[in-house]
Unconditional design. Structure first.
Length: 414
């Protein structure tokens, strides 16, 4: 072992002068680095997990690519864009659908409900909707509806209950004198749960024929959804399909429909990383103060080493290695604690919620019903590397100061 490393290790953990405040600040520096690394890992894991889950929920409910008419026009013939899409690479299947708000009424209360009216046979091939159904199946009749679990809970409705949907479309009364809104009664035939509060609370699924009747569309539909074998190929498919269909159609991807949401998540992730790295920098000042106190407490030893022939470079290396050791211990503790905490954060939060009643992750705000966490090895490596570089940089000043000490002055009063 090089004598510089042996001396640095001895000064850090074995020297008798490492008592009192010096030992306290050494431990404080290690714990500070550990806390900073741990927070970085946990925050980035949660934000990465949130982005992953949000993307999964959005892709699960939204189409990978959507074709609509220009403006607010419904598609008079959805088979034409479906045939054009089938010729493009990566396209797996297509399905027409109708969607929009209706007024939901039950024996208890009234509220808005957004419907997704789809051809249940084609929908199985064009989306992941069926895997979210927890009660019942997509095989529903025209007078049946599948509702989100949260919406059913909010309305006090149970499977088998009858509800009434009212649309803006109108019909004339039997005597022909009045124009009244179109109303239909439905049986709640099933439930779905996506984990996305917005969908689970506000959406319902009906047949395509029913949706067309509720919006007086005849054989038209609002849009055509397209499923791809690779969601990342959506921009290429969008460009190819738009060229094939021309200006009469509008082609959008799932990213276009949620661009602001994912941009906000990415921006927040970068901001949080910057803030926490500033905190690492502040913690690194503790290393400076600790090493400066070590240098002041080791004046005699430095003088003896210089008198024995140690070069200024060797003295600088000794105290630089002390900073590296403090950083390494703190980083190892932070990585172990951060990974363990991130992997169990939802369990820990549920435990605290049960005993305090405080909700850390309200599902109606964050779209999800649990705290997601995704520990990415590359992120951990970047955190470790950045922390080591920052703390190493902050170790240079006390090491430089120690290397500049005059051995004669160091031993003058000893």
């Amino acid at each position: 072992m090089p004598y510089e490393l042996a001396a640095a290790w001895r000064y850090l953990v074995r020297s008798k002068s490492h008592k009192g405040f010096v030992a306290f600040f050494t431990i404080l520096s290690i714990l500070g680095v550990a806390a900073g690394v741990m927070l970085l890992i946990v925050v980035l894991a949660v934000m990465t997990g949130f982005e992953r889950e949000l993307k999964a929920k959005v892709i699960g409910m939204y189409a990978h690519v959507t074709v609509t008419g220009m403006g607010r026009d419904a598609l008079a013939d959805w088979r034409t864009p479906a045939a054009a899409a089938a010729k493009i690479p990566h396209v797996v299947s297509t399905a027409p659908y109708v969607t929009g708000p209706l007024l939901l009424g039950s024996w208890h209360r009234m509220r808005l409900l957004y419907i997704i009216a789809t051809d249940t046979t084609l929908e199985r091939e064009a989306s992941e909707l069926e895997r979210y159904i927890t009660v019942g199946s997509l095989d529903i009749a025209d007078d049946q509806i599948i509702m989100g679990e949260q919406g059913v809970r909010n309305m006090g409705i149970r499977v088998g209950d009858r509800i009434q949907l009212t649309t803006a479309a109108t019909v004339r009364s039997p005597d022909g004198r009045q124009v009244i809104p179109l109303q239909r009664e439905f049986e709640v035939a099933g439930l779905f749960h996506t984990g996305n509060y917005e969908y689970d609370a506000n959406y319902g699924i009906v047949t395509l024929k029913t949706g067309q009747e509720l919006y007086s569309l005849s054989n038209r539909v609002h849009a055509l959804k397209i499923k791809l074998d690779n969601v990342d190929a959506a921009p290429q498919v969008q460009a190819a399909l738009q060229d094939a269909l021309g200006p009469e159609y509008n082609v959008r991807t799932w990213m276009d429909q949620n661009r602001s949401l994912f941009s906000a998540v990415q921006m927040e992730k970068r901001v949080m990383f910057t803030i926490l790295m500033v905190m690492i920098g502040v913690i690194a000042f503790n290393i400076i103060s600790t090493l400066v106190m070590v240098v002041l407490g080791k004046m005699k030893e430095i003088g003896i080493l210089r008198a024995l022939g140690a070069t200024r470079l060797s003295i600088g290396i000794i105290f630089t290695l002390q900073g590296i050791l403090i950083s390494a211990f703190g980083t190892l503790l932070g990585v172990a604690g951060g990974v363990a905490f991130a992997l169990n954060i939802d369990t820990i939060s549920k435990f605290i919620e049960r005993h305090t009643g405080f909700t850390f992750f309200p599902s109606n705000i964050y779209y999800l019903d649990k705290i997601p966490a995704d520990v990415v090895p590359v992120d951990v490596i970047w955190i470790v590397a950045t922390t080591m570089v920052v703390t190493l940089a902050f170790s240079f000043f006390p090491a430089w100061y120690a290397s500049r000490l005059d051995p004669v002055q160091s031993l003058r009063y000893e």
